[in-house]
Design a protein around this ligand. Structure first.
Ligand code: FNR
Length: 386
């Protein structure tokens, strides 16, 4: 018996309208159709020439596999622990701001989908749902992404609220003393729609974004975000919270060493989805130097351009302890709400599992540097452990 089909008002199933979704990238075109231009452009765009935006994907495509064969791959274990928390797979959700622009459920939908998949959601400081609201969606391991405001009382209050609401770690974003130049947002005069607020700041009178002759977000950042932020503030943050701190936005060995010395619990190699400084390398290209500099003393994670299970495998082979995804979540939210995010996490999980099987790995510990080769390797750097 065929399954009963849920028909939308136009007489088509959602799947017929959208065609079968077979990979996470397909949600982008659907989101583009469904969203107002200002919102789609905000989610999709990168800084200036978008060289890094393109490179975040391109660099993955230049890493090739050295799969191992005749290994029993009938059982595959993708579980891992992040800062001591056990999750179902090394694929987590990066903080992306203002998710209610994509769908009315916004961050709630993301929180529920992450929890159903047994993985971690990172909530943005600039979410359109508060830390308390997201906590009320039910159990789940959640991290809180922090932007440091000039007014440190605001920061202290927010960090305490996140901790009280059960958030388990802070992802301190360190690549945004000013907002990158996102030309689409400038042209569109991007501003948070008036029916929404940056919920975490509502009671502090910082929840609204004024229209400006520029990107409204760029003006908001210029007014509120603390450009003086430096390594000593990592110590300050440690003095006001017992949550572990992940430094999000490291892309050099020098800063990886400083992060270790600052007492950070981990590093997220990130170029902010190519939305800040253009012409920085793809994160997957910067990963290995950061991993080497961290010397195994703290875990290193990666975000930026992860769209396939093969990308997850490549990042782990280069030493990442896990990855985060950004845009796929907002595009899937726009297309299908919570079901879309669930589907994104399911597809990436299945692709990653298949990559492990075809690569000859049955647990994350089996994934080694020898399972891949990079352009650098091909250009004469000796292959590791041949
Ligand atoms: C972001 N990112 C981000 N980072 C952060 O620390 N705080 C934030 O509020 C946001 N907001 C945000 C909005 C949107 C629409 C995007 C696309 C990105 C960056 C994000 O956490 C992550 O670093 C990148 O999105 C990862 O790259 P991909 O997966 O989008 O390629």
């Amino acid at each position: 018996m065929p399954e009963p089909r849920l028909l939308s008002s136009a007489g088509f199933t959602n799947q017929e309208k959208m065609g079968e979704i077979t990979n996470v990238m397909e949600y982008q075109a659907i989101a583009k159709q469904k969203l107002p231009k200002m919102v789609y452009d905000y989610y999709a765009s990168g800084a200036e020439d978008e060289w890094t935006l393109n490179e975040n994907r391109e660099a993955f495509s230049k890493i090739l596999f050295r799969p191992r064969i005749l290994i029993d791959v009938s059982k595959i274990d993708m579980t891992t622990t992040v800062l001591g928390f056990k999750i179902s797979m090394p694929i987590m959700i990066a903080p992306t701001a203002m998710q209610k622009m994509a769908t009315p459920e916004g961050e709630y939908a993301t929180a529920r989908a992450a929890s159903a998949a047994g993985t971690i959601m990172t909530l943005s400081s600039w979410a359109t749902s508060s830390v308390e609201e997201v906590a009320s969606t039910g159990p789940g391991i959640r991290f809180f992404q922090l932007y440091v405001y000039k007014d440190r009382n605001v920061v202290e209050q927010l960090v305490r609220r996140a901790e009280r609401a059960g958030f388990k770690a802070i992802a301190l974003t360190v690549d945004t003393p000013r907002l990158g130049r996102r030309e689409a947002d400038i042209k569109n005069r991007f501003v948070l729609p008036p029916y929404l607020t940056l919920k975490n700041f509502e009671g502090l009178d910082l929840g609204k974004m004024d229209k400006s002759n520029d990107s409204g977000l760029a003006s908001y950042v210029a007014g509120q975000i603390d450009r003086t932020l430096s390594w000593k503030d990592v110590k300050w943050l440690q003095s006001i919270t017992s949550m572990p701190i992940l430094v999000k936005g490291v892309i050099t060995a020098e800063d990886a060493r400083l992060a270790v010395h600052s007492g950070a619990a981990g590093i997220i190699v990130s170029n902010h989805g190519a939305r800040q400084l253009d012409y920085v390398p793809a994160t997957i290209s910067a990963l290995e130097e950061v991993v080497t500099a961290a010397q195994g003393r703290i875990p290193v994670y990666l975000d930026g351009g992860v769209r396939r299970g093969t990308d997850v495998f490549k990042a782990l082979a280069l030493g990442a302890a896990g990855v985060f995804i950004g845009r796929p979540v907002v595009f899937a939210l726009a297309a299908e709400g919570e079901a879309g995010v669930r589907n994104v996490l399911r597809m990436l999980r299945e692709e990653f599992e298949l990559t492990m099987a075809l690569g000859g790995c049955t647990s994350l510990a089996d994934i080694t540097r020898s399972h891949i080769f990079t352009e650098g390797d091909r250009l004469g750097r000796p292959l590791p452990r041949l």
